[in-house]
Design a protein around this ligand. Structure first.
Ligand code: AR6
Length: 203
């Protein structure tokens, strides 16, 4: 998979001069330049498969070592939670390990947990005074969250959290065309509302 293409669309949140926006890209998040890259992690913070495996491989063993220490200190991170580590060899300053819910039919608190891991990630990024954060489509791979539902929850949660910050850019870096279509549909729907303005780029 190639590095992300140029931005495909950008949704401004609230007033354009507040500088908060959501950008949608398709590509490999490990190549993304952002202050923080979010990992779709597991509660034990172990290097796993999917985007988690890719981030640990690209970032090097220091990330897993820091995860191990954090896990020892504070125990497992529940679904909906997030913690930050350094980013090793990645160009980001931090990796924020966000634990998404495992899909179990939708009535076991999955939307709340998914909302919470996006919000927590942005809260941590703001606390660290970061200005850009890149998210994968958390829970939509091995954890089985249906893509369209996950895209709605993700965009809603990020737009809400950004409205309460200043000058933060959140990027969704999604891996394949199906995910790109799901996220762009949700962003296009929001563009009808007065709170948001959507710019489109050619890809
Ligand atoms: N860049 C961007 N997105 C990616 C990349 C990449 N390099 N690789 C995969 N994706 P998943 P989950 C997409 O399975 O469902 C791990 O073992 C992928 O297409 O990585 O939250 C963890 O340790 C999908 O849309 O994460 C946990 O145990 C999205 O990333 C568990 O899997 C998320 O898929 C977490 O499962």
């Amino acid at each position: 998979m190639a590095a992300p293409t140029s931005p495909a669309m950008r949704l401004w949140i609230g007033k354009a001069n507040a500088g908060n926006s959501i950008i949608l890209l398709q590509g490999d998040i490990t190549h993304e330049k952002a202050d923080a890259i979010v990992n779709a992690a597991n509660s034990e913070l172990l290097p796993g498969g999917g985007v988690c495996g890719a981030i640990h491989r690209a970032g090097g063993p220091g990330i897993a070592e820091e995860c191990r220490r954090l896990r020892e200190e504070r125990g497992p991170v529940p679904p909906g939670g997030a913690v930050a580590t350094g980013a090793g060899n990645l160009s980001a300053k931090y990796v924020i390990h966000a634990v998404g819910p495992m899909w179990a039919g939708g009535n076991s608190g999955e939307p709340e947990a998914l909302t919470s891991c996006y919000r927590e990630s942005i809260r941590i990024a703001a606390e660290l005074k970061l200005k850009s954060i890149a998210f994968p489509a958390i829970s939509t791979g091995i954890f089985g969250y249906p893509l369209r539902d996950a895209a709605e929850v993700a965009v809603d949660a990020v737009a809400d959290a950004l409205a309460a910050t200043d000058g933060m850019v959140a990027k969704f870096v999604v891996f394949d065309q199906k995910a790109f279509d799901a996220f762009s549909n949700v962003l296009n729907m929001l563009a009808g509302s007065r709170q948001y303005t959507l710019d489109r780029w050619q890809i």
